[in-house]
Write a protein that binds this ligand. Structure first.
Ligand SMILES: NC(=O)c1ccc[n+]([C@@H]2O[C@H](COP(=O)([O-])OP(=O)(O)OC[C@H]3O[C@@H](n4cnc5c(N)ncnc54)[C@H](O)[C@@H]3O)[C@@H](O)[C@H]2O)c1
Length: 244
């Protein structure tokens, strides 16, 4: 098993990509602290099998003033983390000229500020113990932009800047920081899009299908494990070849 007894904090673990990552990490022997606004309703079989290895933290990351306390409490509870996956994310789509400052700020708060605060809290401890892997869930939209998603794209581009800066600061202490940039993945987040639009998007994907949460979880496992021991400061596109 690739993560035997490693302790991982995964945000947004109640569904979609975060839930798939939690399931795979548990199957690979990790002890997981999942964080989200509510507990997952249906856990994958392998999560149920890993009884006692999944801890749940109910927290709303849009309350940025409370995020540091939430992260510090998790750190105390776990007694240190080997892995952090900043995965929680939201969208509030609109054309930039119609977008309210409130919607812009909310997306930045959840997607970027909360990730920074949690990485700062857990990262300090990782630096002290000289080991750790931090993974930030960005998006291809953070690299290429997207009409109607100025707030979301800015938050995901911000995560890439955060990833590379943190990676430079922490590499001398053996802490690695990388980002994953998923393409078009089948989750509740993309479920709201119409069939027509989905078909159009798939036409532009060389591998001719939407990604699955498991495709992203596999990349997260690689970056969390020692298989990627010599990799830091990178952005991994997992997008079926959409952008090459
Ligand atoms: N689905 C895609 O196509 C796609 C593409 C690129 C990037 N991503 C990114 O991957 C990550 C996961 O996306 P997903 O598709 O699984 O989304 P999802 O909407 O299915 O799940 C999002 C998760 O974040 C949690 N979350 C949302 N707001 C929160 C808050 N205020 N406090 C705490 N937790 C909160 C939710 O509870 C949920 O567990 C996100 O960061 C998203 O931006 C997704």
């Amino acid at each position: 098993m690739k993560l035997e007894n490693k302790k991982a904090l995964i945000t947004g673990a109640s569904r979609g990509i975060g839930k798939a990552i939690a399931g795979l990490f548990l199957a690979e022997g990790a002890v997981v602290w999942g964080l989200g606004t509510r507990e997952p309703e249906d856990l994958p079989e392998r999560v149920e099998a890993a009884e006692g290895k999944l801890h749940w933290i109910s927290a709303d990351l849009s309350n940025v003033e409370t995020v540091e306390d939430v992260a510090a409490a998790a750190l105390t509870d776990a007694g240190g983390f080997d892995i952090l996956v900043n995965n929680a994310g939201i969208t509030r789509d609109n054309l930039a000229f119609r977008m309210s400052l409130e919607d812009f700020r909310r997306v930045l708060d959840v997607n970027l500020s909360a990730a920074f605060i949690i990485a700062r809290t857990l990262g300090r401890d990782m630096i002290r113990t000289r080991k750790g892997s931090i993974i930030n869930m960005s998006s291809v939209v953070g690299i290429h932009g997207n009409g109607g998603q100025a707030n979301y794209a800015a938050s995901k581009a911000g995560l890439i800047g955060l990833t590379k800066s943190l990676a430079r600061e922490t590499a001398p202490r053996n802490v690695r920081v990388n980002a994953i940039a998923p393409g078009f993945i089948e989750t509740d987040m993309t479920g709201a899009l119409g069939e027509e639009l989905k078909k159009k998007m798939i036409d532009h994907i060389p591998l001719k299908r939407m990604g699955r949460p498991e495709d992203i979880a596999a990349a997260a496992l690689f970056l969390a494990s020692d298989d990627s021991a010599y990799i830091t400061g990178q952005v991994f596109a997992v997008d079926g070849g959409m952008f090459m």
